[in-house]
Design a protein around this ligand. Structure first.
Ligand SMILES: [Cu+2]
Length: 136
């Protein structure tokens, strides 16, 4: 009788350990399936550019100058936690060719460039943020 109870006890313990393993595996799987917040783009607005300083190392838009063939497009991605914009011209002198408006964190903006030329742009919120698209 005691032997039988021990056997049942052992089986119960093994069963509980297996259940525990199944559930722990599931929780590991769920955490690894969380969506990544990195959006692909040609030009990145990196973190911390809402404060001056990035212009000194030319990293407000990365890359700050992008060269493309005419007819191609450029996608900007805001990887910062602050709003930014991609606005044609210079701060105080917008050219009204294009304007993304305020881009939310992790929002992207895509533009097509058909005409050859040099397109300066800036961020309406941060005067030190400047970039250039060169279309060849
Ligand atoms: Cu900005």
């Amino acid at each position: 009788m005691i032997k039988k109870l021990t056997t049942i006890g052992t089986i119960t313990v093994i069963f509980l350990v297996m259940i525990g393993l199944i559930f722990s595996n599931q929780s590991v799987e769920t955490t690894s399936q969380e969506p990544e917040l990195i959006v692909e783009g040609d030009v990145i607005m990196p973190t911390k550019v809402s404060r001056p300083g990035c212009e000194e190392i030319d990293r407000c838009y990365i890359p700050s100058v992008i060269v493309i063939d005419s007819g191609k497009q450029v996608t900007w991605v805001n990887q910062d936690s602050a709003f930014h914009s991609v606005t044609s011209g210079f701060y105080g002198e917008p050219t009204e060719l294009f304007d993304s408006g305020h881009l939310d964190p992790f929002e992207s903006y895509t533009l097509n460039f058909d005409e050859i030329g040099t397109y300066d742009y800036f961020c309406t919120l941060h005067p030190w943020m400047k970039g250039q698209v060169i279309v060849e």
